[in-house]
Design a protein around this ligand. Structure first.
Ligand SMILES: [Zn+2]
Ligand SMILES: [Zn+2]
Length: 389
């Protein structure tokens, strides 16, 4: 029986085993299903029973290439590391001093707890913590980014700092709950980092999960028009359903920059959120914005890309990267979702049992059956059984 000292549990309602099923990363691209001890929450932490976890493009980066994960100061391979970061679940145990959450509360989680003591953490930019990954040996700063620098969600239980928890209502499905952090990242890009106010124009390039959530959040924030560019008509159509006023299929449009300006009354837009990672994307983006406009870079390019610096200088263009979901933006995104200002479930396409993670990853990576967001659930069998009864 799981009963660490100083930790509150409720075994009648939420029994916790001592060991759990967990996936761990071996060589690049190789995941092994194994067993691990259920972790113990420390001060200001809780134990979350993971009810659903979504696969993110960044998980694929980590599993196949390593960064941005950093385990014991290096690459995450063969270190008994469990990836996965876009999860939701139920609080089942409370570490010392926790009274902010009760056992049984459903939560989505932010990824980055930060160290809490560096300059960026003190500013609320804990996703840019200066002590990133310094959570081991005699340099332990207490930094946590589950699925990046500490064990993540492709398992049954994980520890989370209370600052990373976002309470979600009972009406919200597990699958939708996993999308709160995705919407939170889009919120952080547009408001806290970008400064968007109602009536400003936005173009999102690349209809992946972040791009589609950027469309939804921009529209919910009152942006106008919201334009989405991409190569797949089915994804562009989902973008339309999430609030895009216009969509542009760049395969069918020879001059995408001219088309975006045309759709915005002949002028460049105020913001571009770049989610495509295409080689030409940065130069296209800085030409799509108006003078003084802002470009948020939200995709990982795999090679160095040429940038027209003179154009950026001459036109006073702001260019910024985004890492994750700082300044509690996830709470504001969840508020939009709770108010049903957009339906994030439109981007959820598939659910698999936790045991089938490699299949789920293949669906996400190769976009099998037009997969967008693929979710895995440890207790899928139980949920289905309940539904059948
Ligand atoms: Zn992610
Ligand atoms: Zn920090």
């Amino acid at each position: 029986m799981y009963s660490p000292s100083g930790v509150k549990t409720n075994h009648n309602e939420f029994p916790i085993p001592e060991r759990q099923r967990a996936w761990v990363l071996g060589e690049p691209g190789q995941l092994n299903f194994t067993e691990k001890p259920v972790p113990v929450p420390k001060k200001a932490e809780v134990l979350v029973r993971i009810d659903a976890v979504a696969i993110c493009a960044t998980d694929l980066e980590i599993i196949y290439h390593g960064p941005p994960a950093s385990i014991q100061g290096g690459l995450p391979f063969n270190k008994n590391f469990t990836p996965g970061h876009e999860y939701m679940g139920t609080v089942v145990a409370l570490g010392p001093g926790v009274d902010e959450y009760k056992i049984g509360t459903r939560v989505a989680v932010e990824i980055h707890a930060g160290c809490g003591q560096c300059k960026r953490c003190r500013e609320g930019m804990y996703t840019s913590c200066h002590n990133y990954g310094l959570n081991y040996g005699d340099v332990d700063k207490g930094h946590r980014a589950n699925g990046f620098t500490t064990d993540g969600g492709f398992c049954e239980y994980q520890v989370n700092h209370v600052n990373t928890l976002v309470h979600i209502p009972d009406e919200m499905s597990d699958e939708e709950g996993t999308l709160v952090v995705t919407a939170g990242t889009a919120m952080y890009a547009l408001t806290e980092l970008g400064g968007l106010v109602a009536g400003e124009s936005v173009c999102v390039t690349g209809p992946g999960p972040i791009g589609l959530m950027a469309v939804a959040v921009a529209k919910a924030l009152g942006a106008q028009p919201v334009i989405l560019t991409g190569t797949r008509d089915n994804r562009l159509e989902i973008g339309r359903q999430l609030g895009a006023d216009a969509v542009v299929n760049i395969r069918k449009t020879p001059d995408v920059v001219a088309e975006v300006k045309k759709l915005n009354g002949g002028k460049g837009v105020d913001y571009v959120v770049e989610c495509s990672a295409a080689t030409s994307a940065v130069n296209d983006a800085v030409r799509m914005v108006n003078r003084g406009g802002r470009v948020c870079l939200a995709a990982f390019a795999h090679e160095e890309v040429p940038v027209d610096v003179a154009h950026i200088v001459r036109n006073n263009i702001y260019l910024y990267g985004i890492r994750g979901e700082g300044k509690s933006a996830t709470h504001r995104a969840e508020a939009f979702m709770q108010q049903k200002r957009f339906d994030a479930t439109k981007i959820h396409t598939h659910t698999f049992p936790l045991d089938d993670l490699p299949t789920a990853i293949r669906y996400a990576k190769d976009r099998v059956e037009d997969a967008i967001k693929v979710v895995v659930k440890a207790n899928m069998g139980a949920a289905q059984k309940e539904a059948a009864e």
